[in-house]
Write a protein that binds this ligand. Structure first.
Ligand code: CU
Length: 201
């Protein structure tokens, strides 16, 4: 449910003409807003682009900015028809194929193809899409130079068990600043000192 809403909220269109509702910074498209949850009351998804309509010159460079608060990925795609009704939004016809074209690995968050360009050169045809990875994603590269097997766990995510001399990577999202504990989950290792605190600023 959350994922679906997040994807839909990221669909936008570039209109070549028409009066702008707001006046965003020239040639800049910015993702803003966040989500608000009050248990048993509401879930408000206020993630959005900073305008409904953008006007850009042919050939101009358009800058995408992510100032949203959720630390989630966004994508900006050109589509023929914007979904309008709730059913169309939930069903979001172009979303699935566009996300598939980006080859996003939902396990790791890796994006195979950040830029989908189905038309000619440039961002100019329905189906063209840009994937914006979230801010605050950190990849840990953990190398085991000891003689025992270890792993590395932080923020509920854990590497595989790393044998001596081997390396593993772990991608973790840190949308907000804070202090996060990390440790090795092999029996007795954390108690023996294989733990610490990571500060995200
Ligand atoms: Cu260990």
């Amino acid at each position: 449910m959350f994922r679906r809403i997040a994807v839909v909220a990221a669909v936008a269109t570039l209109a070549a003409a028409g009066p702008a509702v707001a006046a965003p910074k020239a040639n800049t498209i910015t993702a803003v807003g966040g989500m608000d949850v009050k248990l048993n009351q509401f879930i408000t998804d206020a993630q959005h682009w900073d305008a409904d309509t953008y006007t850009v010159k042919s050939g101009a460079t358009v800058t995408l900015k992510d100032k949203s608060k959720m630390g989630q990925p966004h994508s900006l795609s050109l589509v023929d028809k914007l979904p309008k009704t709730m059913a169309q939004i939930m069903g979001c016809e172009p979303c699935g194929p566009l996300m598939a074209a980006h080859q996003v690995n939902e396990e790791t968050g890796d994006v195979g193809v950040k830029l989908v360009n189905v038309g000619g050169d440039g961002f100019d045809a329905a189906g063209d899409s840009i994937y914006l990875p979230p801010k605050g994603k950190v990849t840990f590269k953990v190398t085991n130079k000891g003689s025992l097997t270890h792993d590395f766990k932080i923020k509920g995510k854990k590497t595989v068990r790393i044998r001596p001399g081997k390396t593993a990577t772990l991608k973790v999202l840190f949308p907000k600043a804070g202090k996060f504990g990390y440790l090795c989950t092999e029996p007795g290792h954390a108690a023996g000192g294989m733990k610490g605190t990571l500060t995200v600023k």
